[in-house]
Design a protein around this ligand. Sequence first.
Ligand SMILES: CC(C)(COP(=O)(O)OP(=O)(O)OC[C@H]1O[C@@H](n2cnc3c(N)ncnc32)[C@H](O)[C@@H]1OP(=O)(O)O)[C@@H](O)C(=O)NCCC(=O)NCCS
Length: 187
Amino acid sequence: MHIVMETDRMMLRRFTVADVDIIVELDGDPAVMRFLTGGQPTPRSEVESEILPRILRTYEETPNLGRWAALAKSSGQFLGWFALSPTQRGNADDEVELGYRLRRSSWGQGYATEGSRALIHKAFTELGIERIFAETMAVNTPSRRVMERSGLRFVRVFQLAWDDPIEGTEHGEVEYELRRADWQPAV
Ligand SMILES: CC(C)(COP(=O)(O)OP(=O)(O)OC[C@H]1O[C@@H](n2cnc3c(N)ncnc32)[C@H](O)[C@@H]1OP(=O)(O)O)[C@@H](O)C(=O)NCCC(=O)NCCS
């Protein structure tokens, strides 16, 4: 098992080819997918042929970054995932995007904030990152709260062009950020 990081209550490890089922289950919950696809589950075939291969490819391309499975230390149970993704804007290698997706049974317990804060600490202290940003739909209040509790600050609302818009896209997307110079580790 390739362990990436531990927090008080969680262990983050790399995904493997054996993880199709847990991703299918996570993305199969309409509540989890509400602000991502409008509630549509991700087909198993897409997890097998696109999503998981892409996750594994990122480990090769950027070994310090990627999407990692979060397990409860106490039970070993899969809680969801966290990500520090390479930015797709230009070639900035000192900037990463923070992301997270938890199983519904893991909500309301502070896991998302605990994992986000730990990844922010890692990014700024070990990975040479200068700026962390996160984006979500403006109407995704739980995700915005995680960003705020983790110390990120609101930057902007922006509009994306969607072929098949889901409910709430009319309110746009939001971007939050935290720069290393502004980071307060204790927050
Ligand atoms: C976004 C998401 C991870 C947020 O989950 P969450 O459970 O609200 O966030 P946290 O894990 O930080 O938990 C915070 C909540 O737990 C409560 N809590 C309970 N025990 C806690 C503890 N020990 N420490 C901290 N908070 C605790 C907090 O009071 C807070 O509740 P509140 O929001 O009602 O005030 C979750 O809604 C999700 O996975 N959504 C689907 C995927 C998604 O939308 N991802 C983002 C797309 S960009």
